[in-house]
Design a protein around this ligand. Sequence first.
Ligand code: ADP
Ligand code: MG
Length: 212
Amino acid sequence: MIVALLNQKGGVGKTTLALHLAGEWAANGKRVTLIDADPQGSALDWSQQRAREALPRLFGVVGLARDTLHREAPELARDADHIVIDGPPRVAGLMRSALLAADLVLIPVQPSPFDGWASAEMLSLLGEARIYRPQLAARFVLNRCGARTVIARATAEALADHDPPVLGATIGQRVAFADAAQSGRLVSELDDDSPAARDIAALCAEVGRIAL
Ligand SMILES: Nc1ncnc2c1ncn2[C@@H]1O[C@H](COP(=O)(O)OP(=O)(O)O)[C@@H](O)[C@H]1O
Ligand SMILES: [Mg+2]
C-alpha cells in the first residue's frame, strides 16, 4: 500500500506520523520505504540523525521531492510491502504528484475550532486526483489532541460520514513526539508502553483495516 501524509499546512504532523507509521509497520516485519517529498528533508534529517547515533535502520528513507514522484513510486513499491510518503507543505506540483502515487491519503489536522481542517486547495487537489484515480481513499487524522479530546471526538463522530471521513484513532499532544524527533528515534524506542506509542499502534491498526 502507498500511503501519503498530506496537508498544505506546515506543522500539522505529516513528518511525525509518516515516520511513526513507517516505523510501526517495520516493527511488524513489513518492508517499508519512506519517500521524503518535502524539499526541507526533515525525514531525511531524522534518518541521518539515527545513522550518526548508530541506531538500527528500521526502514529506508529516500529523498524524492520532484513532480515525477508518481512515476518513480511504483518502482520503489515493487521492493516494499508499504510505501509512506511524507508530503510537502504548499508546493502544489509535488502535492499533485503524491496524490497520483497514493492508494490512501492521510490528512493530519489539529482539532481546533478556529482552524479550517484542510485548505480548500488541498481538497480541490484531492478532487482533481480522483478524476484519474476514483479509488483513491482519504482520511483525516486528528493529531495533537489535548485534554479536551472529548470535543475532538465529538467532532470526529459528527464528521465520520463526510468525505474525507475522520479516523477513529486520534493522536494525543505528547512531548514524546518532540523528544523522538530530536533524537532520531520513534516514541516506541523511548518507551514501548507510553501513551504516544499506544496512539501510534492504534492508528496503524486502523489504517491496516481500511479496505482499499
Ligand atoms: N502529537 C504530537 N504531540 C506533540 N508534538 C507533536 C505532535 N505531532 C507533531 N508534533 C511536533 O510538531 C512539530 C511539527 O510536526 P511535523 O510532523 O514536523 O509537521 P509537518 O511535517 O506537518 O510540518 C514537530 O516539532 C513535532 O515534533
Ligand atoms: Mg514535515
